[in-house]
Design a protein around this ligand. Sequence first.
Ligand code: BDR
Ligand code: CA
Length: 308
Amino acid sequence: MIPQKILIDTDPGIDDAMAVLFACQHSQLDVLGLTSIFGNVTVDVATRNALRLVELAGQDIPVARGADGPLAQPPLPVADFIHGTEGFGHIPPEEPKGRADRRTAAHFICDQINHHPGEIILCPIGPLTNLALALEQDHSIAEKVKNVRVMGTSLRAGGNATAVAEANIWQDPHAAEVVFGAPWDVTLVGLDVTYQAICTAREFAALAEQAPKFGGFLNQAAQIYFDFHEQAKGIKGCYMHDAMAVISIIRPDLFQILEDHVEVILDGEHSGATRLSLDPTHARLRWCADVDAKAVKEIFFTTLQAAG
Ligand code: BDR
Ligand code: CA
């Protein structure tokens, strides 16, 4: 089976690290590049961390630097209280050997899609600014991409950045509106499903023993993430938001996928919230309403265990 070509747009970030390391190790995925975005950390830290992840994965995957702030609204604070100021919890910052690609993330995304028309799945796991800028640069990419798999939104599960808004949409709702409104096939992997998979601290400790390179890194990074989830949610473990979006690409059969109009609230008290709507002027999107969380977790842990 030919591996599926993907581009991951990311703000690493602990669950981003889970997603990227998983994608780099899975035989059914061919990661053509990472593009960085502000969100969990600044774009400078995100770019450095993305470079670090591909080096840890031991793969020659280009990284292109993305936008440093949202399209229209003032920047919101980065989530250093969740991911640590350096993005990987208490793991000390380390300069990567490699350098970012000379192109911007938007330019890089357009180039890749134009080189591989009909073949690429775009997987944004941070705010959607780079995708909106790529559409602005070359709107024809919307017809040339295979589909877009977004980690973001919450349609029934409440928010995580605010009571009603999911973090990736909250950071740049205007970009979400652009991306959702473009004529490409978008599937949302939001809190509706990512809240259903809780990875325990014990599972990560076991992964660290079985696979010291990747498991050791993720387990060390995730300690701060466990603390956050315990304080915020009373959970002894963490969610695997971004990794679930990547897994949905190779195993869509594990998800119940519905199709509805989705409204993005652009400002005010509910800014960044996303709602199911009956209004046909709002984009009609696929969204994941339910998941076999046990199976998703198993794929995640067994893939990384085997990778070492
Ligand atoms: C999303 O927000 C970020 O903090 C995570 O990395 C994930 O992409 C979850 O709402
Ligand atoms: Ca993320």
